[in-house]
Design a protein. Structure first.
Lengths: 247, 219
Protein backbone atom coordinates (compact mmCIF):
# COMPACT_ATOMS: atom_id res chain seq x y z
CA UNK A 1 0.00 0.00 0.00
CA UNK A 2 1.12 3.55 -0.77
CA UNK A 3 0.71 6.88 0.95
CA UNK A 4 0.23 9.77 -1.48
CA UNK A 5 -0.08 13.52 -1.01
CA UNK A 6 -2.42 15.28 -3.44
CA UNK A 7 -2.41 18.99 -4.25
CA UNK A 8 -5.77 19.47 -5.95
CA UNK A 9 -7.24 22.59 -7.55
CA UNK A 10 -10.49 23.43 -5.76
CA UNK A 11 -12.87 26.00 -7.23
CA UNK A 12 -16.52 26.33 -6.16
CA UNK A 13 -17.85 27.67 -9.47
CA UNK A 14 -16.78 29.25 -12.73
CA UNK A 15 -16.88 32.74 -11.24
CA UNK A 16 -15.19 32.03 -7.93
CA UNK A 17 -11.48 32.14 -7.13
CA UNK A 18 -9.81 28.76 -6.94
CA UNK A 19 -6.87 27.53 -4.89
CA UNK A 20 -4.90 24.37 -4.25
CA UNK A 21 -5.93 22.15 -1.34
CA UNK A 22 -3.61 19.47 0.04
CA UNK A 23 -4.89 16.00 0.98
CA UNK A 24 -3.03 13.06 2.40
CA UNK A 25 -4.31 9.79 0.90
CA UNK A 26 -3.25 6.73 2.84
CA UNK A 27 -3.65 3.07 1.93
CA UNK A 28 -3.57 3.51 -1.85
CA UNK A 29 -3.32 0.21 -3.75
CA UNK A 30 -0.89 0.24 -6.69
CA UNK A 31 -3.58 -1.61 -8.67
CA UNK A 32 -6.12 1.19 -8.26
CA UNK A 33 -6.83 3.40 -11.20
CA UNK A 34 -6.16 7.10 -10.68
CA UNK A 35 -9.89 7.81 -10.62
CA UNK A 36 -10.50 5.02 -8.10
CA UNK A 37 -7.93 6.69 -5.86
CA UNK A 38 -9.90 9.95 -6.21
CA UNK A 39 -13.15 8.04 -5.50
CA UNK A 40 -11.59 6.72 -2.29
CA UNK A 41 -10.51 10.22 -1.26
CA UNK A 42 -13.98 11.57 -2.07
CA UNK A 43 -15.66 8.91 0.10
CA UNK A 44 -13.41 9.95 2.98
CA UNK A 45 -14.17 13.64 2.35
CA UNK A 46 -17.94 12.96 2.32
CA UNK A 47 -17.66 11.01 5.62
CA UNK A 48 -15.89 13.99 7.13
CA UNK A 49 -18.66 16.28 5.88
CA UNK A 50 -16.46 17.98 3.30
CA UNK A 51 -17.28 18.74 -0.33
CA UNK A 52 -15.99 15.95 -2.61
CA UNK A 53 -13.65 16.84 -5.49
CA UNK A 54 -15.60 17.31 -8.74
CA UNK A 55 -14.00 15.62 -11.76
CA UNK A 56 -15.28 14.41 -15.12
CA UNK A 57 -15.48 10.68 -15.86
CA UNK A 58 -17.77 8.29 -17.68
CA UNK A 59 -16.75 5.05 -19.40
CA UNK A 60 -13.50 4.51 -17.46
CA UNK A 61 -12.36 2.40 -20.41
CA UNK A 62 -10.35 5.05 -22.25
CA UNK A 63 -12.80 5.48 -25.10
CA UNK A 64 -15.30 8.22 -24.21
CA UNK A 65 -12.92 11.19 -23.78
CA UNK A 66 -14.73 12.47 -20.68
CA UNK A 67 -11.97 12.24 -18.10
CA UNK A 68 -9.65 15.18 -18.17
CA UNK A 69 -7.40 16.82 -15.54
CA UNK A 70 -3.72 17.67 -15.69
CA UNK A 71 -1.54 15.47 -13.51
CA UNK A 72 1.91 16.83 -12.60
CA UNK A 73 1.73 19.24 -15.54
CA UNK A 74 0.69 16.67 -18.14
CA UNK A 75 -2.89 16.08 -19.37
CA UNK A 76 -3.93 12.50 -18.51
CA UNK A 77 -0.75 12.02 -16.47
CA UNK A 78 2.73 10.67 -17.07
CA UNK A 79 2.05 7.58 -19.23
CA UNK A 80 2.00 8.08 -23.01
CA UNK A 81 -1.08 6.94 -24.90
CA UNK A 82 -3.22 6.57 -21.79
CA UNK A 83 -6.27 8.48 -20.55
CA UNK A 84 -6.61 9.45 -16.89
CA UNK A 85 -9.11 6.65 -16.27
CA UNK A 86 -6.63 4.06 -17.54
CA UNK A 87 -3.78 5.44 -15.47
CA UNK A 88 -2.91 3.28 -12.47
CA UNK A 89 -1.34 4.19 -9.17
CA UNK A 90 1.55 1.80 -9.87
CA UNK A 91 2.84 4.58 -12.13
CA UNK A 92 3.59 6.57 -8.95
CA UNK A 93 5.73 5.85 -5.92
CA UNK A 94 4.99 5.69 -2.23
CA UNK A 95 5.39 9.17 -0.70
CA UNK A 96 4.85 11.03 -3.98
CA UNK A 97 3.18 14.43 -4.08
CA UNK A 98 0.87 14.66 -7.10
CA UNK A 99 -0.40 18.01 -8.38
CA UNK A 100 -3.82 17.87 -10.09
CA UNK A 101 -5.14 20.84 -12.07
CA UNK A 102 -8.02 21.33 -14.48
CA UNK A 103 -7.40 21.68 -18.25
CA UNK A 104 -6.44 25.32 -18.80
CA UNK A 105 -7.76 27.23 -21.83
CA UNK A 106 -9.96 30.27 -22.41
CA UNK A 107 -12.22 28.04 -24.51
CA UNK A 108 -12.45 25.45 -21.66
CA UNK A 109 -13.64 27.50 -18.65
CA UNK A 110 -13.56 25.80 -15.26
CA UNK A 111 -17.05 24.83 -14.04
CA UNK A 112 -16.03 23.36 -10.69
CA UNK A 113 -12.76 21.97 -9.29
CA UNK A 114 -11.33 19.80 -12.10
CA UNK A 115 -14.40 19.95 -14.37
CA UNK A 116 -14.13 22.21 -17.42
CA UNK A 117 -16.73 23.14 -20.03
CA UNK A 118 -15.64 21.50 -23.30
CA UNK A 119 -18.84 22.29 -25.22
CA UNK A 120 -16.73 24.43 -27.57
CA UNK A 121 -15.62 21.12 -29.13
CA UNK A 122 -19.30 20.19 -29.61
CA UNK A 123 -19.93 23.46 -31.44
CA UNK A 124 -16.95 22.82 -33.74
CA UNK A 125 -18.43 19.38 -34.52
CA UNK A 126 -21.83 20.92 -35.21
CA UNK A 127 -20.12 23.27 -37.71
CA UNK A 128 -18.82 20.44 -39.89
CA UNK A 129 -18.42 17.08 -38.18
CA UNK A 130 -21.10 15.27 -40.19
CA UNK A 131 -21.75 13.67 -43.59
CA UNK A 132 -24.82 13.86 -45.82
CA UNK A 133 -26.63 10.55 -46.16
CA UNK A 134 -29.55 9.97 -48.49
CA UNK A 135 -32.63 8.33 -47.01
CA UNK A 136 -33.46 4.78 -48.03
CA UNK A 137 -31.59 1.54 -47.65
CA UNK A 138 -27.88 1.55 -47.02
CA UNK A 139 -25.96 0.55 -50.13
CA UNK A 140 -23.60 -2.39 -50.22
CA UNK A 141 -20.40 -1.43 -48.40
CA UNK A 142 -18.30 -2.92 -51.21
CA UNK A 143 -19.79 -0.40 -53.64
CA UNK A 144 -17.46 2.22 -52.16
CA UNK A 145 -13.87 1.05 -52.68
CA UNK A 146 -11.43 2.75 -50.28
CA UNK A 147 -7.66 2.33 -50.50
CA UNK A 148 -5.97 0.57 -47.60
CA UNK A 149 -3.74 3.56 -46.82
CA UNK A 150 -6.68 6.02 -46.86
CA UNK A 151 -8.80 3.70 -44.73
CA UNK A 152 -5.99 3.31 -42.18
CA UNK A 153 -5.31 7.05 -42.06
CA UNK A 154 -9.02 7.83 -41.67
CA UNK A 155 -9.26 5.25 -38.91
CA UNK A 156 -6.24 6.73 -37.10
CA UNK A 157 -7.89 10.17 -37.28
CA UNK A 158 -11.22 8.74 -36.12
CA UNK A 159 -9.47 7.40 -33.00
CA UNK A 160 -9.67 10.95 -31.58
CA UNK A 161 -11.99 10.83 -28.58
CA UNK A 162 -12.29 14.63 -28.31
CA UNK A 163 -10.96 14.72 -24.75
CA UNK A 164 -9.22 18.09 -25.24
CA UNK A 165 -5.78 17.02 -23.98
CA UNK A 166 -4.31 18.61 -27.13
CA UNK A 167 -5.78 21.99 -26.13
CA UNK A 168 -4.75 21.52 -22.50
CA UNK A 169 -1.13 20.72 -23.35
CA UNK A 170 -0.72 23.39 -26.03
CA UNK A 171 0.88 26.59 -24.75
CA UNK A 172 -1.49 28.47 -27.09
CA UNK A 173 -4.56 26.32 -26.26
CA UNK A 174 -4.81 25.51 -29.97
CA UNK A 175 -7.47 23.03 -31.05
CA UNK A 176 -5.83 22.25 -34.38
CA UNK A 177 -4.97 18.62 -33.61
CA UNK A 178 -8.62 17.96 -32.75
CA UNK A 179 -9.94 19.83 -35.79
CA UNK A 180 -7.19 18.29 -37.95
CA UNK A 181 -8.27 14.79 -36.89
CA UNK A 182 -11.94 15.47 -37.60
CA UNK A 183 -11.29 17.14 -40.98
CA UNK A 184 -8.87 14.32 -41.95
CA UNK A 185 -11.28 11.58 -41.00
CA UNK A 186 -13.92 12.86 -43.41
CA UNK A 187 -11.61 14.21 -46.15
CA UNK A 188 -10.00 10.78 -46.58
CA UNK A 189 -13.27 8.90 -47.09
CA UNK A 190 -15.67 9.05 -50.04
CA UNK A 191 -18.57 9.69 -47.65
CA UNK A 192 -16.99 12.96 -46.60
CA UNK A 193 -16.58 14.45 -50.08
CA UNK A 194 -19.87 16.37 -50.54
CA UNK A 195 -19.14 18.78 -47.65
CA UNK A 196 -15.35 18.58 -47.90
CA UNK A 197 -14.63 22.25 -48.70
CA UNK A 198 -17.37 23.81 -46.61
CA UNK A 199 -16.53 21.54 -43.68
CA UNK A 200 -12.97 22.75 -43.24
CA UNK A 201 -13.95 26.41 -43.66
CA UNK A 202 -16.81 26.10 -41.17
CA UNK A 203 -14.84 24.11 -38.60
CA UNK A 204 -11.88 26.53 -38.71
CA UNK A 205 -14.28 29.48 -38.36
CA UNK A 206 -15.95 27.79 -35.36
CA UNK A 207 -12.55 26.99 -33.85
CA UNK A 208 -11.48 30.64 -34.11
CA UNK A 209 -14.82 31.89 -32.78
CA UNK A 210 -14.46 29.77 -29.63
CA UNK A 211 -11.18 31.50 -28.74
CA UNK A 212 -8.64 28.72 -29.29
CA UNK A 213 -5.10 29.88 -30.07
CA UNK A 214 -2.99 29.35 -33.18
CA UNK A 215 -0.84 26.30 -33.78
CA UNK A 216 2.88 26.95 -33.18
CA UNK A 217 3.87 23.54 -34.59
CA UNK A 218 5.45 22.65 -31.27
CA UNK A 219 4.05 19.14 -31.01
CA UNK A 220 2.96 19.19 -27.34
CA UNK A 221 -0.48 18.02 -28.51
CA UNK A 222 0.96 15.01 -30.33
CA UNK A 223 3.11 14.14 -27.30
CA UNK A 224 0.14 14.11 -24.93
CA UNK A 225 -2.68 12.77 -27.14
CA UNK A 226 -3.89 9.53 -25.51
CA UNK A 227 -4.92 8.18 -28.92
CA UNK A 228 -1.72 8.89 -30.84
CA UNK A 229 -3.16 11.50 -33.22
CA UNK A 230 -0.12 12.98 -34.96
CA UNK A 231 0.95 16.27 -36.52
CA UNK A 232 0.47 15.24 -40.19
CA UNK A 233 -3.27 15.61 -39.49
CA UNK A 234 -2.63 19.33 -38.82
CA UNK A 235 -0.65 19.53 -42.08
CA UNK A 236 -3.67 17.96 -43.85
CA UNK A 237 -6.00 20.47 -42.15
CA UNK A 238 -3.81 23.28 -43.49
CA UNK A 239 -3.82 21.73 -47.01
CA UNK A 240 -7.57 21.27 -46.90
CA UNK A 241 -8.02 24.87 -45.77
CA UNK A 242 -5.74 26.27 -48.48
CA UNK A 243 -7.44 24.16 -51.18
CA UNK A 244 -10.95 25.08 -49.98
CA UNK A 245 -10.03 28.78 -49.87
CA UNK A 246 -8.42 28.91 -53.30
CA UNK A 247 -10.91 26.73 -55.18
CA UNK B 1 -10.99 40.30 -52.61
CA UNK B 2 -13.44 39.75 -49.77
CA UNK B 3 -12.72 36.01 -49.65
CA UNK B 4 -8.97 36.67 -49.60
CA UNK B 5 -9.09 39.11 -46.69
CA UNK B 6 -11.49 36.81 -44.84
CA UNK B 7 -9.10 33.89 -45.31
CA UNK B 8 -6.20 35.97 -43.97
CA UNK B 9 -8.18 36.85 -40.85
CA UNK B 10 -8.52 33.22 -39.72
CA UNK B 11 -5.98 31.45 -37.52
CA UNK B 12 -4.62 29.39 -40.43
CA UNK B 13 -4.68 32.43 -42.75
CA UNK B 14 -2.61 34.49 -40.33
CA UNK B 15 -0.11 31.68 -39.90
CA UNK B 16 0.10 31.29 -43.67
CA UNK B 17 0.95 34.96 -44.08
CA UNK B 18 3.64 34.75 -41.39
CA UNK B 19 5.04 31.64 -43.12
CA UNK B 20 4.93 33.05 -46.66
CA UNK B 21 6.55 36.36 -45.68
CA UNK B 22 9.10 34.39 -43.64
CA UNK B 23 10.00 32.30 -46.68
CA UNK B 24 10.30 35.46 -48.78
CA UNK B 25 12.67 36.92 -46.19
CA UNK B 26 14.67 33.66 -46.28
CA UNK B 27 15.19 34.11 -50.04
CA UNK B 28 16.41 37.64 -49.35
CA UNK B 29 18.86 36.26 -46.76
CA UNK B 30 20.39 33.95 -49.38
CA UNK B 31 20.84 36.82 -51.88
CA UNK B 32 22.27 39.11 -49.17
CA UNK B 33 24.67 36.40 -48.01
CA UNK B 34 25.82 35.71 -51.59
CA UNK B 35 26.82 39.37 -51.95
CA UNK B 36 28.37 39.59 -48.47
CA UNK B 37 30.57 36.53 -49.07
CA UNK B 38 32.32 38.53 -51.81
CA UNK B 39 33.92 40.59 -49.02
CA UNK B 40 36.28 37.63 -48.66
CA UNK B 41 37.41 38.06 -52.29
CA UNK B 42 40.82 39.74 -52.37
CA UNK B 43 40.06 42.15 -55.24
CA UNK B 44 39.89 45.38 -53.25
CA UNK B 45 36.12 45.22 -53.10
CA UNK B 46 35.65 45.43 -56.87
CA UNK B 47 33.09 42.61 -57.14
CA UNK B 48 31.32 43.56 -53.89
CA UNK B 49 30.97 47.20 -55.03
CA UNK B 50 29.75 46.17 -58.49
CA UNK B 51 27.09 43.92 -56.93
CA UNK B 52 26.02 46.63 -54.47
CA UNK B 53 25.71 49.13 -57.31
CA UNK B 54 23.67 46.65 -59.34
CA UNK B 55 21.34 46.21 -56.36
CA UNK B 56 21.06 49.98 -55.89
CA UNK B 57 20.51 50.97 -59.51
CA UNK B 58 18.38 48.22 -61.07
CA UNK B 59 14.65 49.09 -61.18
CA UNK B 60 13.57 45.46 -60.70
CA UNK B 61 15.63 45.30 -57.50
CA UNK B 62 14.11 48.60 -56.35
CA UNK B 63 10.62 47.09 -56.76
CA UNK B 64 11.78 44.01 -54.87
CA UNK B 65 13.10 46.32 -52.15
CA UNK B 66 9.60 47.75 -51.60
CA UNK B 67 8.28 44.17 -51.49
CA UNK B 68 10.99 43.31 -48.98
CA UNK B 69 10.08 46.12 -46.57
CA UNK B 70 6.39 45.22 -47.00
CA UNK B 71 7.26 41.59 -46.28
CA UNK B 72 9.15 42.53 -43.12
CA UNK B 73 6.25 44.73 -41.98
CA UNK B 74 3.60 42.03 -42.60
CA UNK B 75 5.79 39.38 -40.93
CA UNK B 76 6.09 41.57 -37.82
CA UNK B 77 2.42 42.67 -37.69
CA UNK B 78 0.98 39.19 -38.22
CA UNK B 79 3.60 37.63 -35.95
CA UNK B 80 2.52 39.98 -33.15
CA UNK B 81 -1.19 39.36 -33.87
CA UNK B 82 -0.71 35.58 -33.69
CA UNK B 83 1.33 35.86 -30.49
CA UNK B 84 -1.20 38.09 -28.71
CA UNK B 85 -4.02 35.74 -29.74
CA UNK B 86 -2.03 32.79 -28.37
CA UNK B 87 -1.39 34.52 -25.06
CA UNK B 88 -5.06 35.40 -24.65
CA UNK B 89 -6.13 31.80 -25.44
CA UNK B 90 -4.19 30.54 -22.37
CA UNK B 91 -4.93 33.11 -19.67
CA UNK B 92 -3.99 30.73 -16.84
CA UNK B 93 -0.98 28.42 -16.97
CA UNK B 94 -0.09 25.35 -14.95
CA UNK B 95 1.65 25.21 -11.58
CA UNK B 96 3.84 22.30 -12.60
CA UNK B 97 5.62 21.69 -15.88
CA UNK B 98 6.22 18.19 -17.16
CA UNK B 99 9.82 16.95 -17.37
CA UNK B 100 10.95 16.78 -20.10
CA UNK B 101 8.98 19.76 -21.35
CA UNK B 102 6.49 19.40 -24.15
CA UNK B 103 7.48 22.54 -26.03
CA UNK B 104 10.84 23.69 -27.31
CA UNK B 105 12.57 26.91 -26.27
CA UNK B 106 12.49 28.35 -29.79
CA UNK B 107 8.77 27.74 -30.31
CA UNK B 108 7.97 29.50 -27.02
CA UNK B 109 10.21 32.47 -27.76
CA UNK B 110 9.74 33.23 -31.47
CA UNK B 111 8.43 36.72 -30.68
CA UNK B 112 11.46 37.62 -28.52
CA UNK B 113 13.97 36.11 -30.95
CA UNK B 114 12.22 38.07 -33.71
CA UNK B 115 12.47 41.23 -31.60
CA UNK B 116 16.26 40.77 -31.23
CA UNK B 117 16.54 40.34 -35.03
CA UNK B 118 14.37 43.46 -35.53
CA UNK B 119 16.53 45.58 -33.19
CA UNK B 120 19.58 44.37 -35.11
CA UNK B 121 17.88 45.16 -38.42
CA UNK B 122 17.25 48.76 -37.32
CA UNK B 123 20.88 49.16 -36.16
CA UNK B 124 22.11 47.52 -39.37
CA UNK B 125 19.96 49.75 -41.62
CA UNK B 126 21.08 52.84 -39.73
CA UNK B 127 24.75 51.84 -39.79
CA UNK B 128 25.05 50.87 -43.46
CA UNK B 129 21.89 51.03 -45.63
CA UNK B 130 20.71 54.57 -44.76
CA UNK B 131 24.30 55.89 -44.83
CA UNK B 132 24.78 54.63 -48.39
CA UNK B 133 21.28 55.61 -49.51
CA UNK B 134 20.93 59.06 -47.96
CA UNK B 135 24.35 60.04 -46.53
CA UNK B 136 26.12 63.20 -47.71
CA UNK B 137 28.68 62.67 -49.00
CA UNK B 138 27.77 59.10 -49.90
CA UNK B 139 30.31 56.78 -48.31
CA UNK B 140 31.99 54.01 -50.31
CA UNK B 141 29.94 50.94 -49.48
CA UNK B 142 32.87 48.52 -49.51
CA UNK B 143 35.01 50.51 -47.06
CA UNK B 144 32.02 51.37 -44.86
CA UNK B 145 30.97 47.70 -44.65
CA UNK B 146 34.54 46.60 -44.01
CA UNK B 147 35.00 49.19 -41.23
CA UNK B 148 31.83 47.91 -39.55
CA UNK B 149 32.95 44.28 -39.88
CA UNK B 150 36.38 45.09 -38.42
CA UNK B 151 34.93 46.78 -35.33
CA UNK B 152 34.89 44.19 -32.49
CA UNK B 153 31.82 45.80 -30.85
CA UNK B 154 29.87 45.58 -34.10
CA UNK B 155 31.16 42.04 -34.60
CA UNK B 156 29.77 40.96 -31.21
CA UNK B 157 26.39 42.59 -32.04
CA UNK B 158 26.38 40.75 -35.38
CA UNK B 159 27.18 37.41 -33.78
CA UNK B 160 24.44 37.79 -31.11
CA UNK B 161 21.91 38.78 -33.80
CA UNK B 162 22.90 35.86 -36.03
CA UNK B 163 22.53 33.47 -33.07
CA UNK B 164 19.00 34.83 -32.47
CA UNK B 165 18.27 34.53 -36.21
CA UNK B 166 19.50 30.92 -36.22
CA UNK B 167 17.20 29.91 -33.36
CA UNK B 168 14.32 31.87 -34.96
CA UNK B 169 14.90 29.99 -38.24
CA UNK B 170 15.31 26.67 -36.45
CA UNK B 171 11.64 26.77 -35.56
CA UNK B 172 10.32 29.08 -38.27
CA UNK B 173 11.61 27.28 -41.35
CA UNK B 174 10.16 23.82 -40.69
CA UNK B 175 7.11 25.36 -39.04
CA UNK B 176 6.30 27.28 -42.24
CA UNK B 177 6.27 24.04 -44.22
CA UNK B 178 3.92 22.50 -41.67
CA UNK B 179 1.64 25.54 -42.08
CA UNK B 180 1.78 25.15 -45.88
CA UNK B 181 0.61 21.58 -45.35
CA UNK B 182 3.81 20.12 -46.81
CA UNK B 183 5.28 18.57 -43.66
CA UNK B 184 3.85 15.16 -44.48
CA UNK B 185 5.61 11.80 -44.00
CA UNK B 186 6.48 11.93 -47.73
CA UNK B 187 8.32 15.27 -47.56
CA UNK B 188 9.24 15.51 -43.86
CA UNK B 189 12.74 14.10 -44.35
CA UNK B 190 13.52 16.59 -47.13
CA UNK B 191 11.98 19.54 -45.26
CA UNK B 192 13.92 18.67 -42.08
CA UNK B 193 17.18 18.37 -44.02
CA UNK B 194 16.76 21.69 -45.87
CA UNK B 195 15.64 23.37 -42.62
CA UNK B 196 18.70 22.01 -40.80
CA UNK B 197 21.12 23.22 -43.46
CA UNK B 198 19.34 26.59 -43.62
CA UNK B 199 19.08 27.49 -39.94
CA UNK B 200 22.68 26.53 -39.22
CA UNK B 201 24.31 27.41 -42.54
CA UNK B 202 22.94 30.87 -43.31
CA UNK B 203 23.50 32.56 -39.90
CA UNK B 204 26.90 30.84 -39.53
CA UNK B 205 28.04 32.11 -42.93
CA UNK B 206 26.82 35.64 -42.09
CA UNK B 207 28.59 35.55 -38.71
CA UNK B 208 31.84 34.24 -40.25
CA UNK B 209 32.39 37.61 -41.98
CA UNK B 210 32.72 39.82 -38.83
CA UNK B 211 34.57 36.99 -37.03
CA UNK B 212 37.14 36.87 -39.86
CA UNK B 213 37.64 40.62 -40.14
CA UNK B 214 37.37 41.60 -36.46
CA UNK B 215 39.04 38.68 -34.70
CA UNK B 216 41.07 36.65 -37.20
CA UNK B 217 42.98 39.51 -38.77
CA UNK B 218 41.20 39.54 -42.12
CA UNK B 219 42.30 42.40 -44.39
Amino acid sequence: MMNITLKVWRQKSCNSQGAFATYGVEGVSPDMSFLEMLDMLNERLIKKGEEPIAFDHDCREGICGTCSMVINGRPHGPIKGVTTCQLHMRSFSDGDTIVIEPFRAKAFPVIKDLVVDRSSFERIMVAGGYVSVRTGNAQDANALPIGKHEADEAFNAAACIGCGACVASCKNSSAMLFVGAKVSQYALLPQGQPERKQRVLNMVAAMDFEGFGNCSNTGACEATCPKGIDLPHIARLNREYIAATLS
Amino acid sequence: MGWFMKALSTSIGKKLLVGLTGMFLCIFLVVHLYINLHLFKADGGETFTAMAEFMANTWAVKVMEIGLFLGILLHIIYGILVTFQNWSAKPVGYTTSPKPGTSKFESRNMIWLGLIVLVFLVIHLQGIYFQVKFGTPKPDIYHLTLSVMKDPTWAVIYIIAMYALAIHLKHGFQSAFQTFGLNTPKYKGLVDLVAYVFWIGIPLAFASIPVYFAFLGGK
